[in-house]
Design a protein around this ligand. Structure first.
Ligand code: HEM
Length: 458
């Protein structure tokens, strides 16, 4: 088998050669929306409402258009078929290419087959239990310092405050450094780069979102390139350093470019998704004071601000709340793939070259699987009800199969550690009639930055 580095070097990507599908199965219902744009604007506005409409009208598979023609597949069976990908019939590269190749090129989520397997295996070392224990120990004081900088009082904007804190933590844990004075610029650049992934105009034409995204990406690259020499010269227990020193059996190392591409993707994957989850939890608990008190009681009972790894399991209710936030607002509301081999789903033929998409968010609201799906009800994840267990693929905020989120446990540790300290020292609320105005694409976030009343209690 080729070595890790050879595979990376030789890899050209499927996307350049994604063929036009030679056939289309006419048994798949068509619901195409407007000429050219299709349902793109509806998708950008509210992917849940659009998916519900398409699902109600057409059933669990439909051919539609979001600029590109795409077959949307709904429900746990479709999720399983696409994510398990048992015959490698789907390509992540072809699915994500359209969105990510300019702003997050060569990232592991966009890789297929051997290349993906090698990269994922190497990365997985950084997410093993001893590393997670170490990360938690380093997170705890960061959270304490970060929280002391949160403003208190009315109309505290939670989203930017949380985003800054997760970026600072990510920088320490992934890069082994303080971000320093560039923090605001870096934060801005990550934000613009992620937004550009969903830009309608795909070429970096001056003045467009994509042009800003490409520029922001360039600044991120400069930042990471600027640190490589120092990272190669020393060894430290952070992810950046591990990449700089990783060697295959022939003693070959990653190039600077490969390291920079992975680091930028990882910082984004870690930073925006966790921020989104924490923001939803803060919103939901700000509305539901009973649940906030229940979690606070648990956190108080543990007695210490700095969680230890073995104490994580004691915070069950925190986990139910996190799961409920991820059910209602999964940071990634949909996942795309390309059909790499002709295959068949429930009697419908999918041809090589077609694009398909699955929808975690729609699955998370299907009344066959969830009672009162529009209600925030963390108890549904408790052992008494365990609603998520009806079907393994009904709850997929972290995806599934080959590309299951590598940072799932890391995110759980970070969210628990963060909520734990917040609950022990602060109380927060939102007005009873307040509903968070969400932007669901590309990654779920509040349009109004989530203003809350935030008070110190001890
Ligand atoms: C609550 C937080 C998070 C959510 C909801 C989330 C969600 C996801 C999802 C849905 C995928 C799969 C996408 C697909 O199959 O197309 C994914 C992949 C990935 N995530 Fe996360 N993620 C989270 C946090 C993190 C964190 C903290 C990290 C890193 C520290 C991370 C690193 C990754 C990586 C490296 C992949 C690609 C894995 C592969 O392709 O093999 N994620 N994530």
């Amino acid at each position: 088998m080729a070595s890790l580095i050879d595979t990376v070097r030789d890899f050209k990507g499927f996307s350049d050669i994604r063929p036009k599908p030679r056939l289309k199965d006419e048994s798949i219902p068509r619901d195409m929306g407007l000429p050219l744009l299709g349902y793109t604007l509806d998708f950008l506005k509210d992917p849940l409402a659009l998916s519900e409409k398409l699902y109600r009208r057409n059933g669990n598979i439909v051919r539609t258009r979001m600029v590109n023609e795409v077959i949307l597949m709904y429900g746990p069976e479709a999720n399983q078929f696409v994510l398990q990908n048992t015959d490698h019939q789907f390509s992540s590269e072809w699915g994500w290419w359209y969105h990510l190749h300019r702003v997050f090129p060569n990232n592991v989520m966009m890789m297929d087959g051997d290349l993906h397997w090698f990269q994922r295996k190497l990365m997985a070392h950084a997410f093993k239990k001893p590393q997670l224990v170490e990360y938690l120990n380093r997170m705890n004081p960061e959270i304490r310092t970060g929280l002391t900088k949160f403003p208190t009082g009315r109309n505290v904007l939670m989203f930017p405050a949380i985003k800054k804190l997760t970026l600072d933590m990510g920088a320490k844990i992934f890069m082994g450094t303080d971000v320093g004075p560039q923090a605001d610029q870096l934060n801005h650049d990550f934000l613009v780069t992620v937004d550009a992934a969903m830009a309608i105009i795909r070429d970096p034409v001056p003045g467009t979102l994509m042009a800003r995204g490409v520029k922001a990406r360039q600044r991120l690259e400069d930042y990471f390139y600027g640190m490589i020499a120092q990272k190669r010269a020393t060894q430290s227990p952070d992810f950046f350093s591990q990449f700089c020193h990783a060697e295959d059996d022939n003693g070959q190392r990653f190039t600077d470019k490969q390291i920079v591409d992975h680091m930028i993707f990882l910082m984004m994957a870690a930073h925006d998704t966790t921020t989104s989850t924490l923001t939803t939890m803060i919103y939901a608990l700000g509305k539901d004071q009973k649940w906030q008190d229940r979690l606070r009681e648990k956190s108080m009972a543990l007695g210490n601000d700095f969680l230890e790894f073995d104490q994580l399991a004691e915070l069950n209710e925190h986990e139910w709340c996190m799961n409920e936030a991820l059910r209602m607002y999964p940071p990634l509301t949909s996942m795309p793939r390309g059909v790499a081999k002709d295959c068949e789903f429930q009697g419908h033929k999918l041809y090589r070259g077609e694009l398909v998409g699955i929808s975690p968010i729609l699955t998370h609201y299907l009344p066959e699987y969830w009672s009162n799906p529009y209600q925030f009800d963390p108890e549904r994840f408790g052992p008494g009800r365990a609603e998520q267990k009806k079907n393994f693929f009904q709850f997929i905020p972290f995806g599934g199969g080959h590309h299951t989120c590598l940072g799932q446990h890391f995110a759980g540790v970070q969210v628990k550690a963060m909520m734990h300290q917040m609950l022990r020292h602060y109380r927060w609320s939102v007005p009873k009639d307040y509903t968070i105005p969400y932007q669901l694409v590309p990654i779920v976030k509040p349009k109004d930055d989530l203003p809350v009343t935030f008070e110190k209690i001890r």
